[in-house]
Design a protein around this ligand. Sequence first.
Ligand code: MN
Length: 148
Amino acid sequence: MIPTYRKQVQPFVWDGVEVLAYKEQDGTHRAVTRQVLTGAEHGQGTSLRYFEVGPGGHTTLERHEHTHVVIPIRGGGTALVVDRIVPLAAHDVVFVPSWGWHQFRAADDEPLGFLCAVTVERDRPVLPTAQDLGVLRADPHIAAFIRV
Ligand code: MN
């Protein structure tokens, strides 16, 4: 049966939802967990996930054809979105367009938890090449921000 209600059983943990590692351990990210709140079975063509980045942690710097809608709901942090460094606070809305570089970082003293919607069918993320990093680092704000 398709779950129609998931109660939050602890702060930012939902009933019946496994708290998973963000992705395979590959050194491109730090202190990130993932919960899949909805998926293909809900028939929307989208999946809604909750990611939580621990204080000082970050997601992978990546890009891909599919897009993201991101809404922080816990703590705060900062993100690279395409070519901008933006502050993140609860209930802000971020749209990551197709092939836009993105990386999310928690503040040093608080976590960053956010909802992220994606299409169920989607391509794999691509990591930056040395050439891509050179282009990104041409902007000193981006150079200071990114973690790879
Ligand atoms: Mn992504």
